[in-house]
Design a protein around this ligand. Structure first.
Ligand SMILES: *Cc1c(COP(=O)(O)O)cnc(C)c1O
Length: 421
């Protein structure tokens, strides 16, 4: 009796069995048989406050009985208006226009189209190149794959991907190379670069690679100097993950365009927003219908998702969420400190609530055989961790208890011995 479902990022030939989850609460998932699993990766980086937060449930419940869905062209509704106003207030200065969509990938596609549309309508259509950072991940649609790392993930589709200019990842000690590379590209392609897109401070799917706020600030400064649109993909880093509400805050910068999704509804429902400065909106504002922003998803600004998104902003204001973030960050630091002498690990790193370390093995990279073995080891101990190749990372909901986090790190510390690595 096999299921008709084709699962995402799953090699069914190697992983025929899917764990059936019946319910979730806080930092825990519960299987059909009632087995408890600690969700140490926030169900793919989306859940911030914990699963099934009562305030988010209540918001969804209330809204579902009032207005389920409405076309968002030519119409608006209170949940979207309230959420948009809250987003403008909570995000860095100058991001005064909000475009809703339904996933991180779409939020990035929208950002790229905003930047290109902006230059086009300003009569600078030659500004159409995008600069990206090595090892970046911005989604799995064709446009977002184009601005992401090329490799195994997208080899079959290489012919569909557009050309970009790539700056190296700012490895510790080599930060200057990254900034210099950007400067070089800007010199070599005067008035041809539309935008730079980056994941601020942490490259998630690229292996939880971390870099300093200074580099981020330097990149922003160069973009400003040459009028290059600076797009911050905060789909993963937003909503407290890196220790501040948005990662850009740590560099003291305000991006020209910002993408948010994963934690936007606290991880409750799919929703995304691309925030931009008014000049992007103004460039499309015209009595000429051909200049309108040609983009929509059917479920753009779904009222229930927006109501939950707004409830999420209420939680950030009403509950001590920042304190939980700080506490989790401190616990993560202490656990990493404990693992420092462990011979099985290297490159221990942390940014806010996110910790990561590399298992020392000869066989590295995403397709390394180590990842599925580690995954099974953790599953057996009731811990959901999903290593990226030989990189183990812990990215839990902010409500995770000290005991649960201990259990997660016990499982990590034991892995090299148990698996005889
Ligand atoms: C997850 C992610 C995306 C894509 O979001 P989806 O909702 O999966 O489409 C884009 N950018 C970053 C940085 C991400 O981590």
């Amino acid at each position: 009796m096999s299921s008709p479902i084709w699962h995402p990022f799953t090699q069914h030939a190697l992983q025929p069995h899917m764990t059936p989850i019946a319910r979730a609460e806080g930092a825990h998932l519960f299987t059909d048989e009632g087995r408890r699993i600690i969700d140490a990766i926030s169900s793919w980086w989306v859940v911030t406050h914990g699963h099934c937060h009562p305030h988010l449930i209540e918001a969804a419940h209330q809204q579902a009985g009032k207005l389920d869905q409405v076309i968002f062209a030519g119409h608006t509704h209170e949940p979207a208006e309230k959420l948009a106003a809250a987003l403008v207030e909570m995000t860095p200065q100058g991001l005064d226009k909000v475009f809703f969509s339904d996933s991180g990938s779409t939020a990035v596609e929208v950002a790229l189209k905003m930047a290109l549309g902006y230059w086009h309508h300003l009569g600078e259509g030659k500004r159409n190149r995008i600069i990206v950072m090595e090892h970046s991940y911005h989604g799995d649609t064709v446009g977002t794959m184009s601005v992401g790392e090329r490799g195994t993930f997208n080899k079959p589709y290489a012919s569909l991907l557009f050309d970009v200019d790539t700056i190296p990842f700012p490895k510790p000690g080599h930060e200057h190379d990254t900034v210099a590379a950007l400067e070089r590209i800007l010199i070599d392609h005067p008035n041809q670069i539309a935008a730079l897109i980056v994941e601020p401070l942490v490259l998630g799917a690229g292996g939880m690679l971390m870099y300093s706020a200074e580099v981020l600030r330097d990149l922003k400064q160069l973009c400003e100097r040459d009028d290059v649109v600076f797009i911050a993909d905060e789909v993963m880093t937003g909503w407290g993950r890196t220790g501040t509400l948005f990662a850009c805050e740590q560099a003291g910068i305000a991006p020209d365009i910002l993408c948010t999704s994963k934690g936007l509804t606290g991880g409750f429902l799919p929703l995304a927003a691309t925030l931009c400065q008014t000049r992007f909106y103004d460039a499309h504002f015209s009595e000429d219908r051909s200049k309108m922003f040609f983009h929509s998803s059917s479920y753009t600004a779904n009222p229930i998702a927006c109501a939950v998104g707004f409830a999420n902003t209420e939680l950030w204001r009403a509950e001590p969420v920042q304190e939980r973030v700080d506490t989790l960050a401190a616990h993560q630091a202490a656990h990493l400190q404990n693992l420092k002498g462990h011979s099985g690990f290297e490159n221990l790193r942390q940014c806010g609530t996110i910790s990561a370390l590399d298992v020392k093995v000869s066989d590295q990279g995403y397709l390394s055989n180590i990842a599925p073995k580690l995954y099974q080891h953790f599953q057996g101990l009731g811990v959901l961790l999903r290593p990226l190749g030989n990189t183990i990372y812990v990215l839990p909901p902010y409500c995770i208890s000290a005991d649960d986090l201990n259990a997660v790190y016990d499982a990590i510390a034991d892995a090299p011995n148990v698996l005889k690595l």
